[in-house]
Design a protein around this ligand. Sequence first.
Ligand code: PGA
Ligand code: ZN
Length: 413
Amino acid sequence: MAKILEVLARRVWDSRGRPTVEAEVAVKGARGRAIAPAGASTGSGEAKSIDVGQAVHLVNSEIRSAFLGKTLEQETLDQLLLSLDGTPDKSRLGGNAIVAVSLACAHAAAAAAKEPLWRFLAGKRPVSMPVPQIQIFGGGAHAHGSMDVQDFMIICTGAGSFSESLEWTAEVYRAAGARLAKRNALHGVADEGGYWPAFKSNEEALAELTGAISDAGFEPGADIAIALDIAATQLWRDGRYHLALENRTLSTDQLHTMLLRWIERYPIVSIEDPFAEHDAEAMQSFTRTAGAKIQVVGDDFFVTDAARVRDAEGACNAVLLKPNQVGTLTETLACWRAAQKAGYGAIVSARSGETEDVSIVHLAVGWGVPQLKVGSFSRSERMAKWNEGLRIEESLGANKLPYPARKLFKARG
Ligand code: PGA
Ligand code: ZN
């Protein structure tokens, strides 16, 4: 296997105009490159990012020295990163330095094997394209609290391919924008490219989104369903959930009841972080009640940590996989393996601060993760990823497993 000849990092800029870390790893005849993304609604259990200047310095000094001459083998190198760091939260080398280097190693290994990353990760296993969750309205920490709920997304549950999902999404995105413009309720776009609306309540967004699906000529629930990310950790303060837009607060039980009512009224098939990250009991109770009907996703709740998934005891039934939330690729894969073992679903996810880096699309395809969430249907840091998915789907030709949308959500909605 190839030996590492060079490791370097530089400061680049993300979709919010903030600095971030880009890393490169070179072997003879091949190199890999990756950029760390950044969250805004982060879980407290996430790998900690450090100052970008310091992270770049550490890659160019300590990590470089430790890596030069080593065999390009992902698990060993990820382990080396963890032992060099030596902290439980990756706060010495920084989650941002670690994820950029870890991903750059994967890209270098794929390049050395002269394969696209997804193929390198999949080996000889057949693959399918993941089903996208695509944001239409953005709120929460990504739009200065324009709405309390962070993501109002769609899943094209009736689509027959990845490319068809995007075609349908384009129609809904356009229809939703037209509805808002007509009502003078359009305030541009939020951090992930979804519309930044002026609504009077969170439920109004659900009604408008259902209307936009119909306006675009689709049947809500049958063709296209709704997925929410409540990002409820952001709403939790002094023992209650604060809905600032509606000028009221809810107890855990009241939030539970409200979400069940939404599921009854609207074609919702997936809810992420319905309760705050510390509240396993509320997650378990909600999953017991709603989990047979909808997907209950843990994001801040699991922070891509395999151990938390193993200890979930019925909290949630799906896991969001964000490489930078845990640090290395090996740990991200371990979390996916833990999800599979627990019978949980999984979604590879981008962050609200993104770049042109499209690695996560390759991870979803290569690892066989059935869903992918990268934000909305505008802004090039988002479109770069959808477009990469189109290229991968095209390159698969007929040589792929069936697109899983209908099967994943058949019994739901
Ligand atoms: P973040 O948001 O990247 O700001 O954490 C994404 C999400 O909550 O899924
Ligand atoms: Zn989330």
